[in-house]
Design a protein around this ligand. Sequence first.
Ligand code: ZN
Length: 248
Amino acid sequence: MEKFNTDGIVIKTSVTGESDLIVFVLTRTRGIIRAFAKGARGMKNKLHAGSSLFAYCDFTVTEKNEVYHINEAAVKDIFFGLRGDIARLTLAQYFCEVLLKTLPDGEADEEYLNLTLRSLYYLSGETKPILQIKAVFELRMAAVSGYAPPVHACADCGAFQTDMMFFNCLTGELFCDRCGRHSEAPVVPFPVIAAMRHILFSSPDKVFSFRLSEELLRPLTQLTEKYLQNCMQQRFRLTDMFWTAMSA
Ligand SMILES: [Zn+2]
């Protein structure tokens, strides 16, 4: 039996037995682990708060034959601000869906946890537009997973910037206004491409720090959503719910 400590965030819970939970935790040191939280459904249980969805905790875990048990969960944040707004809550759940469907078993790159924590931090506050947070999460998620699109220049002629450019959501290729004219890629205003470059090429603590008008945030995140789905070859169920919540 091995005992270890790690910080991590609960990204899924399911009920088991009379009062237990199975929690899926995105940890810093072991990727996503699936662990038993004994008695955690009991309101007075010491694991109750730390086993709830989006709880960010310092966990003490024991592992035996690849079965994990949570022993302690010291709560650091519960991202309370998510609960008051259906669009924000749905987006947070969508982030969890993406992580659960795409993170390879045992993948322990802590960049996944850092990106998720920062995304939820901004999502539970009101300081960044919700579509901006979505776009950053999607594009960085693709990049951390090894699918950073080559948007530094036109794929044909190497041009850095034209007023209108073309972005191919299947291949991640960028084209200038001349080379892209005959491609099937959709046309994209340059500021959207500049935002994608910022998200891809900034240090992790700066990725959210850019400004783009509301009208352009929507096409940005429509592109990043489509691109992520194509890279991961997944359809994410919660995107439809998110867009419905946004239009309500
Ligand atoms: Zn070109």
